[in-house]
Design a protein around this ligand. Sequence first.
Ligand SMILES: *Cc1c(COP(=O)(O)O)cnc(C)c1O
Length: 378
Amino acid sequence: MNTSIGFNKPYMTGNETEYIRQSVESKKISGDGIFTKRCHQFLERNYNFKKCLLTTSCTDALEMAALLIDLKEGDEVIMPSYTFVSTSNAFVLRGAKIVFVDSENNTPNIDADKVEELITEKTKAIVVVHYAGMACDMDKIMAIANKHNLFVIEDAAQAIDSFYKGKPLGSIGHLATFSFHETKNIISGEGGMLVINDDRFIKRAEIIREKGTNRSAFFRGEIDKYGWVDIGSSFLPSDIIAAFLYAQLENLEDIQNRRKYIWNKYYEGLKELDSKNLVRIPQIPSYATNNAHMFYLVCKDIEERSALISKLKENDINAVFHYLSLHKSPFYQDKHDGRELPNCDNYADCLVRLPFYYELKEEEIKRVIKTITDFYQK
Ligand SMILES: *Cc1c(COP(=O)(O)O)cnc(C)c1O
């Protein structure tokens, strides 16, 4: 009998509970305690991020971004349709109209060549999503944004420790958001971060994150009392969460090395099927690095994908599909302008993600590869 291979398994590096204990004993377990500061420092130094603010999720960081760019009812935000609901929902909450763009043919990322034609007087921002941690074509996106005076927000939820032409993802747009949800490379259960690369947003971001108050400036001793100065909410995580996260960050290199090892095993084991045109494996653009967030396949059609997922399931292997096209979602289909987005629909129908986690064993990787190879050579 085979043991079952799950899709995801959160990895603990060893120091998580010790750091949580230290955080508890510090007697300051609310937000912005010692471990939050350590996480901010680590991430700002390692990735050249101007300012980091931990949040309780990437969803929250996206909501902060939507507040910071001061969206008004009816403003338009351009983004890919092949993404997680939060990318879009955060801006819809502010009354924005979402203008969805198709994916590239070769990757699920936004097709930068289709963005400019969608810009109107009302366009305020472009949101890019670095799918599977692989960079979008940021030079093209930034050039369009600069020409039309638009903000760029990177949804870098999957993109920790990944680069575009040597620049860390999350350091390029005006704002960027990360996720530390347990399905990502670096985790804290739930958790996220807003990165601010444009100075103009820093002061207000601190206020919005602290319920619309200037409490952060007060704690730094810059003002002698704090009060209500803007809109905001409670976006900051408890220091206990940051303690967990810090243990992960200290082991970032080890985690990334292991994940890249697994990714390359899949790549080597499955590239022959790709070269025979039986199934597509990920293509990494020359300007992008691979942070081994996920390994996916793109099947011929939805029937083939369902059959492959079933075949894997019969062998106790849990592979899963991913996003459904947001422009066709029950919530947004009536609001979408009707343009067809065929590459997005294709990824929604045909993409399948393989089991991927630090503790995936050598023989388990082999079993996944063998099951897929048998499926295509039946
Ligand atoms: C995971 C993910 C999110 C949401 O992250 P949370 O931390 O769970 O809110 C948003 N966007 C993308 C692209 C993601 O992969």
